[in-house]
Design a protein around this ligand. Structure first.
Ligand code: SF4
Length: 154
């Protein structure tokens, strides 16, 4: 998996103070996408074991307590990203059990694959669906268009 940005302290992309990871790779090609540069799987830079360890350490940091982590992109549930995302969320569940995990995807919850479901089973919140420009509403929180749904899973 490649990624574009990692913010160890972020107060914009989800509730509270968080870590945020923007991964590479998205097949949805939404008109008006805010992050077109992330569409290619091989864009950005490799997501390394070192960065994975850094994320765990940041979530465990007690000087700046994080509420959790936001995984966005790109699409964290792109089939080629799922193995690395699954490993990451398993580690967070095991090593940072009090942190919440939010994932943004262009897939719709009802249509996801069994592999993607393994990730969904471990996260707290899934914000799903493509961005639809005609349904764009700046008043919405944590989503860009009204077709997208915030699924609170646990
Ligand atoms: S799902 Fe997100 S990243 Fe992918 S094309 Fe749509 S808006 Fe862009």
């Amino acid at each position: 998996m490649n990624y574009h940005q990692y913010y160890p302290v972020d107060v914009v992309n989800g509730p509270g103070t968080r870590c945020t990871l923007f991964v590479a790779g998205c097949v949805h090609e939404c008109a008006g996408c805010y992050n077109k540069s992330t569409w290619r799987l091989n864009s950005g830079q490799p997501f390394t074991q070192a960065l994975e360890a850094q994320i765990i350490a940041d979530l465990q940091d007690t000087l700046i307590p994080r509420q959790g982590i936001s995984l966005s992109g790109g699409d964290p549930l792109h089939p080629q990203n799922v193995p690395d995302i699954l490993r990451l969320v398993k580690r967070i569940r095991a090593e940072c059990p009090d942190k919440d995990i939010w994932v943004w995807t262009g897939y719709v919850l009802a249509d996801i694959t069994p592999e993607q479901q393994q990730v969904v089973d471990l996260i707290n919140v899934l914000v799903d669906g493509k961005f639809v420009q005609d349904l764009k509403d700046p008043a919405l929180i944590w989503r860009g268009s009204s077709n997208q749904v915030i699924h609170r899973l646990r």
